[in-house]
Design a protein around this ligand. Structure first.
Ligand code: MRU
Length: 371
């Protein structure tokens, strides 16, 4: 997608001075929307740190970064021991999104049977394939989601036909959470480019505010009309007919269609159900964990620093980016980063293979028996 009219991906290979010794470029998401900077990752340690500190974030993107992290590790040491250690190091960075483990296993399984001297090059090719496939999957999600948006627009009463379709989203499941296009935002970009009038309600998404900072930024870069709202406004807007659909992403989807996404997603699903608003979840196959059923019981929920709750980061009047304290000295904070929305609250899943009910039958209908 575009930044200042120039197309970007979120992650790319930086060819090394010597053949086979590459680095990896990423957009630093910790300073957006106030500063656009890129970083170069040279080592597995740097890749792990970038994922842990959320320089890169979003389930598909941390998977691709992990895959390239293994490549960086193998460039330094292609031994079995180094491969296993790098796998563990990268896999431990963030526990909830299944894409990370999925991508690490894919690269490990590709390179492990090879002689050590061939492993870095094979990891490079596999990580590149994962990145390219992510772009293709997200674009296909966009096309299938566009079909749904067209149906919703067509179903509106005659007096509302000229109005924008109002879509609410939570967190950032846009192109900067993936390699390109995004998951939840891909249908929005497709609709906007196709001339379907669409407006996005952007949940701020406390505590890290990925909605207010990242989703608003990338929608603005693409010229998509949007409005930032506080997380608590969604239910009120739904009660007043101002939301035509909710579309969110997911960090892990269980076999039966439970979805785990940024904290607060569950409350939006409850409000949507109470108000008859369709609640869609957009995901690529890499987000499905076929090994588990019950998301509430089985998905590990990342607990992040309490400082993200008690403090907030923003740009001051003088342009500097600063963190300020919100709560009193000594008050404890608790920061579960994700929650699970049970399949029964999900109207449908939007995948690269099409739209399906959030159920085991629905997923197997698309993917066959993959478990
Ligand atoms: O903690 P983050 O910012 O990595 O969380 C991201 C999300 O929750 C996204 O909605 C999710 O990864 C779906 S992605 C395209």
């Amino acid at each position: 997608m575009n930044i200042d009219g120039k197309p970007w991906r979120t992650i790319w290979l930086e060819e090394g001075e010597r053949p086979g010794l590459d680095a990896v470029g990423v957009i630093d998401q910790t300073l957006l929307p106030h500063r656009f900077t890129t970083r170069t990752l040279h080592t597995c340690d740097e890749a792990a740190e970038a994922i842990r500190t959320m320089v890169v974030r979003g389930a598909p993107l941390i998977g691709v970064t992990g895959a390239y992290g293994l490549m960086l590790a193998l460039q330094a040491d292609p031994s079995d021991g180094a491969l296993a250690a790098a796998f563990e190091q990268l896999n431990a960075t963030r526990p909830t999104a299944i894409n990370l483990r999925w991508a690490l296993e894919r690269v490990r399984d590709r390179v492990q049977p090879l002689p050590p001297e061939q492993r870095a090059e094979a990891a490079r090719a596999e990580a590149g394939a994962i990145a390219d496939e992510d772009v293709a999957m997200c674009e296909a999600i966009g096309e299938h989601g566009l079909g749904l948006l067209r149906q919703l627009a067509a179903a509106r009463p005659p007096e509302r036909q000229g109005e924008s379709l109002n879509v609410l989203t939570h967190c950032n499941a846009g192109w900067i959470a993936t390699v390109d296009w995004g998951t939840a935002l891909a249908p929005i970009y497709k609709a906007h480019r196709a001339g379907l009038k669409v407006h996005v309600w952007v949940d701020e998404t406390r505590p890290r505010n990925q909605g207010a900072s990242l989703t608003a930024w990338e929608l603005g870069c693409e010229g998509v009309p949007h409005t930032v709202i506080v997380d608590n406004a969604g239910g009120h807007l739904m009660q007043h007919g101002q939301v035509d659909a909710v579309i969110v992403g997911t960090d892990r989807t269980t076999r039966r269609g439970d979805v785990c996404n940024k904290i607060g997603t569950y409350l939006k699903a409850l409000a949507a159900r109470d108000n008859g608003v369709p609640f869609y979840v957009a995901l690529p196959a890499s987000t499905i964990d076929w090994s588990i059923d019950d998301g509430v019981a089985e998905i590990p929920i990342e607990a992040r620093s309490a400082a993200e709750v008690t403090h907030i980061q923003g740009r001051g009047a003088d342009g500097t980016i600063a963190s300020v304290q919100l709560s009193p000295d000594g008050s404890a904070g608790f920061n579960p980063a994700f929650d699970v929305t049970p399949a029964r609250l999900v109207t449908a899943l939007i995948t690269e293979r099409g739209v399906a009910p959030a159920s085991e039958d629905g997923l197997r209908g698309l993917y066959g028996v993959t478990a």
